[in-house]
Structures are given as structure tokens and as C-alpha cells.
Design a binder for this molecule. Sequence first.
Ligand code: ATP
Ligand code: MG
Length: 575
Amino acid sequence: MARTAKLPNLADYSLLHTSFSWKTEFGNLDGLPHGGGINIAYEAVDRHAESKKSDLVALRWIRKDGSVEDFSYKSLKKLTARFANLLSQLGIARGETVFTLTGRIPELYITALGTLKSGAVYCPLFSVFGPEPIYQRLHIGGAVLLVTTRDLYEKKLKPQLDRLPSLRYILLTDVPGHIDRRVLSLSQLMREAPDEFIIAPTDPETPALLHFTSGTTGMPKGALHVHGAVLMHYTTGRYVLDFHPGDVFWCTADPGWVTGTSYGIIAPLVNGITNIIDEEEFDALRWYELLEAQKVNIWYTAPTAIRRLMRVSLNPTEKFNLEHLRMICSVGEPLPADAVLWGEKMFGKPILDNWWQTETGGIMIANFISMKVKPGSMGKPLPGITAGIADITETDIRIIEEPGKKGQLVIKKGWPSMFRTYIHEQARYDKCFRGEWYLTGDMASIDEEGYFWFAGRADDIIKTSGHMVGPFEVESVLLGHPAVAEAAVIGKPDPLIGELVKAFIVVKDGHAGSRELQMDIIAFARKKLGAAVAPKELSFITALPKTKSGKILRRLLKARELGLPEGDLSTLEQT
Ligand code: ATP
Ligand code: MG
């Protein structure tokens, strides 16, 4: 049976429209125990715990050693109630911010959902951040409570506690008893807290989630989202990720950034399916084994992981039984056509790219299962989402109607998961809007059939001999060369042509970065792109600098190339 879904018109549901109706999708909220309103944790956990799904596995946690622990919706309801109660007992008020700094362990998920139940704001941190980025985010986010492990506490936090006077409590996940008045044992508090919690009526505009952006273009910004965002988590889960009752879903994103929360926690639970959590980091064999053993139906991952899988010479379907795998989706960076086609060859289905940002809170543009996939394209906007391509000046905006012409990707404001501010940076937030449009900072074009094509970030666009060159179009071609494993291009100032295109290449195993290969790759690119757009310079590099969420830091390649200051590197992955 074809699994195509009838797409809803999100505008009909939008919180900003009077026709918005939760009753249609979620039943009558008025009589519910939390007293009405919309609370993410209620929709994600308690609603199912009070239904036929109460014994269904909500979270399946796979430890590093491969052993498995299941949490049903019913048990998750109790655990998150305990956490919400312990927050109240510690005097954490609605609107105050609770952080986690842990790997993928159950305590993170319980903290996130328990915090949302209590009406406080939840903010995740990458456990691999160093002490300074951790301090900055706790400070900017006004953290009052942090859940972490003893090791992370000792190594990354203890030395700077004096700088964080408003951080009232640190709860350690792995100590049996309290350490002092500020550093407490999470397990002891959980044991002592009641497992019933009545969620207070939650206005949809109540702040819920604080997410810091990836810091690809500079200092990360703290984007604040509200409880009403759950509508987007629900609909995108259902209509883009194609969640159906009984599905098993696995999102590989680290919970330290927005995908790890919107889709690694909320979307699958709101849709009442089983969510897999793997404690371990990337490992190609382990990943394929997990897909097989857990009978994963929908797999949500990222281009950086897909490229790593592509480098492993292994045909997964020959070695593993992946017959349950129905959908593979990707987000975080542009997904080049060669990766889409690799997916088709390896899994018998294309990898479906979709586009969104921390600021949008949920998927905005996608290749839906129900439509023709164009490899290399981001797909089409979700129903109810109006996206366009625009020429932007300091004060003005002009929507470009011409197909194929590049401009800034803009989205009409008003979708439920739209960020409501950059914390402490209202002026920066206001600058993201021009009239009714939100400016994404990304450059793209639309083709005749309404598909969107990513060109690059506005900051990374290269202006060469009167052309506007998007790094992604050049990189996609370079990746088609048989010796190229990874590629990044930048614009380098040039007195004659404005900027010249310079490429950085990581070669595949078994190839050496020789002068001949350099010339060969440049010639290959020229043939495909023409001399004006193809790289004029090319350097080999052992690894591309990336953020911890796997995004290429082109600004760092450029700064190093030009001998300029390297800027904020708090999210740089150390390789
Ligand atoms: P910062 O805003 O701090 O510079 P960031 O923009 O990388 O960091 P995120 O919000 O995590 O932070 O990432 C969103 C960005 O990632 C998008 O604006 C876009 O540039 C890129 N991106 C995400 N998905 C896709 C995709 N499918 N195709 C192309 N680009 C994508
Ligand atoms: Mg951004």
C-alpha cells in the first residue's frame, strides 16, 4: 500500500489564525487534566500514557555496550512527573531555564520533558563543548539549574561556578547522594519526588525551549521557542517524516542542538511512536546493525554522517536485513545529488533532503514521500508555509518571480514554531524580518516546478566576474570527481575578478593529493561548471573544519586563508 499522506493546510491550524483548531487533531482540550492550553510534554507523553498506548515503548535507549532499556509512555509520564515535582520542590519557577549537559542518556530526555511539564524553559548543551562555550550559554540563557554527570561537572563546570551565581543547582546523574547544598544527586531527588504531577494550563505562547544556533556564521544566538511549536513537531513528523502508528524512528542528531530536540525527542513522541536513542557516536557498522536489530522504519540523519557512510566500502543491504527501513531523511546541510543517488543505490530509496533552521523550530521545506524527488533540491515548502526568493536591501524587500534566479530565502512569518526572540538580542531578532517576511540568511532559487535549490549562506556567497556563485553548487560538482571525499569552497579577494573561487578538498582513501590530481579536479570542474565558476585555486586538506553539529565552517577556512582573526570557535569540532 502506498504510504502517501493527505497533506493538511497548516495555515488552517496556525496559532496565529482564528480558525486554528486543536480539537480536530488532538481532541477536546478543555476537559483535560492539565486544564487546557497546549503543553508540549502533555502532548508528547501524558496524552499517550492515558490512552491505549500507555504500555507502548516511547523511548528505547541503547547503551554503548549494546544493552537496551525501554521506557513506556506510562513510565515516562511518571518519571517526568517526578522531575517536574522536584523542580517545584527546589523552587524553580515557570519561565526559569533548566539546562542539560550530558550525552544521550535517559536523564536528558526526562529532564527535557519534565521541565516542559513544569512550565520552565529547557535548553540543551552539547556534552562535547569546552568550559568556555558552556559558561557562555549558561550565562546568556540565565541557567538556574543544570543536569549533568559527575565527570563533566568536575572537568568543565566546577572551576567556573563562581562566575555563575544565578545557577542555583547542579544535579548529578551518577552520584548516589547529595554533595552539598548546591550540588545534588538527581537519583535521590527523583526517588523522593511524587510521580503524579498536574500540568498547569499552558498558554501556547509560553516559552518552552531555548536553542543555541550552530555558530556556523559567528557567535551562536539563543533562539526561544514556545509551547505552541508542538503543532509543527506533530505535523512535520506526520507529513514529512511519514510517522504512522507502530513506527520505529531513529534520529541520529545530538540532543545538543535543535534537531536533537524537535525530532530526537518531541516529534516522535507527540506522534505516539517508538523513539530510538543510541548512546554511542557515529560508527558505520553499529549504525547498520542498529537499523536491522531495531527494525527502524524511519531514519533521520545528516549529510555529514551520510558522507562518512559513503566512504565505507560496504553495501548495507547485502550485509544487513533493512527491509523495515521505509524512509531516510537528511537535514543540517545541503544534501548533494550524489548522496541522494547513493541512497537509492544502497537502500533502494532516495535520501529525502529537508531544510530548516534553529530559528524555524521545525521542517519548512522538504522532499515529501508523496512527490517526485529532485536530487540536490531541498524540495517544496510545507503546506501552509509560504517561502520565496527575494532581493533584500537595508530597508526593502522584493520577491523574485523569475525561476532559477538566486536570492535570499524568505518565509512568511506566523508559523507556530517560529522563534519568538534571540535571547537578550531583540534588535538582532527584529533585523531578521522585513515586513511580513522572515529572512533566513540562506541563498537559494526556485525552479519552474516550485522546487527550491540551496545555493549557500548569504555570508558565503562568492561574487566572481559579475557572477553570484553559491558554494554548494561548486562543491556538489567537485564531489562528483572519483577522488574527492569532501569539498568546501570559499571566495578569495582578487583585484581583477572581485573574488576567485578557491576549493579545499579531502581525498578518498587510496588517493594522494598530488599536483596531477589538483589539475585533474580543476579540469573536471571546468568542464561541468565553466571557467568562470570553477575553482581557480585548489588545496588538499586532511579534514574540513566543522561545527559539532557537522556543518562546514567555511568562514574559518577563509579566515585561515586570508590570515584574518578566526572569530568565535566555540562550536568547532576538534579533529
Ligand atoms: P549560525 O546561525 O549560528 O551561523 P547555523 O545557521 O549553522 O549557525 P543551524 O540553525 O543549526 O545553525 O543551521 C541552520 C542552517 O543549516 C540553515 O540556515 C542552512 O544554512 C543549513 N541547512 C540546514 N539544512 C539544510 C539543507 N537541507 N540544505 C541546505 N542547507 C541546510
Ligand atoms: Mg543560522
